[in-house]
Design a protein around this ligand. Structure first.
Ligand code: PZK
Length: 292
């Protein structure tokens, strides 16, 4: 138990008010070992998932700092070491921001809701696309596909660029779009160097008290991004998820006996172990560091 006031709880992580311990306007983001699939939080945790995702996010904040600085922006991370013992390795002390009410998504590949939108309209949001694209296709250029932050349990709702302008003003909207695409572009290059396709990712931004734009939340984790192994990329069907495919395959197999509606069953040990290995491998591939 973390003895700080709870500010918000997501499916797999929590935010606490750390101002009593770390000074004014400090929050503690804590990632758990919980895993979600098919919109359910599973009853079985994945050991070390919270630490792997937090350390990966911390590494990405460092990699992205030059891009942020080129926009006169920063990130919210203050320390990933000065955290309570109960959150060791899986906590980030961050600046409290005024969060902007827009989920900033960049997509370089057609997948999931992007494919649905393309099949229905031939475009994604405000961007017309060539005919013949299929699930998994690379887009001619990455697209900014913002959404509104949904309440817990709801799905984020797609919005067009005009709605972003209405929410945050035209200048800030353009800044969000351009920075989101620049961050995605740099992250894509880094992932490609180790054989990973970064199909899409979601960023959340906030404002510092001085009005400066700040990258918040966790960044470029498998929970906020779709990573695909480049070697098996094959457009035309859903790409296997880098991290969750063992979980999805087992949950939808007859072995699980699960109906996708009721409380999901406990995962077998081999599925847990294989999934933990995927998270660790993603961390080690990207960072070039051993996870321990
Ligand atoms: C903030 N969330 C999303 C919800 C979570 C995370 N630096 C910040 N300042 C103020 N608010 C937030 C942040 C950040 N990051 C992020 N909600 C508020 C969220 C639920 C659980 F861990």
């Amino acid at each position: 138990m973390i003895d700080l006031p709870l500010v918000a709880r997501g499916k797999v992580r929590e935010i606490y008010d750390a101002s009593s311990q770390a000074g004014p306007d400090r929050l503690l983001l804590v990632a758990s070992d919980r895993i979600s699939a098919y919109d359910h939080v599973l009853p079985t945790p994945i050991p070390d998932k919270g630490r792997v995702l937090t350390q990966l996010s911390v590494w990405w904040f460092e990699q992205l700092t030059p891009v942020l600085e080129s926009f006169g922006a920063t990130h919210h991370l203050v320390s990933a070491t000065d955290v309570p013992a109960e959150a060791a390795g899986r906590g980030m002390l961050v600046r409290r921001l005024e969060m902007l009410p827009v989920e900033c998504v960049a997509r370089g590949y057609l997948s999931g809701s992007g494919t649905k939108e393309y099949d229905a309209t031939g475009s994604i949001r405000d961007v017309a696309l060539p005919p013949g694209l299929v699930e998994g296709s690379q887009l001619p250029a990455p697209v900014f596909t913002p959404s509104t932050k949904a309440e817990l349990g709801e799905h984020d709702e797609a919005i067009d660029f005009a709605a972003v302008e209405a929410a945050v003003g035209a200048a800030r909207a353009a800044e969000l779009r351009d920075l989101t695409l620049a961050l995605y572009g740099r992250a894509t290059e880094i992932a490609a160097q180790v054989g990973l396709i970064l199909a899409d990712t979601k960023f959340e931004f906030g404002l510092a008290p001085d009005g400066g734009l700040v990258l918040g939340d966790e960044v470029l984790t498998p929970d906020s991004s779709r990573y695909w192994p480049a070697e098996s990329w094959s457009p035309g069907a859903a790409q296997p998820s880098y991290d969750k495919q063992f979980v999805r395959d087992w949950l939808t197999s007859p072995a699980s006996g699960w109906d996708r509606v009721s409380t999901p069953p406990e995962l077998p040990d081999d599925v847990v172990a294989a999934t933990r290995e995927r998270y660790v491998t993603a961390y080690e591939l990207l960072t070039g560091r051993r996870f321990d």
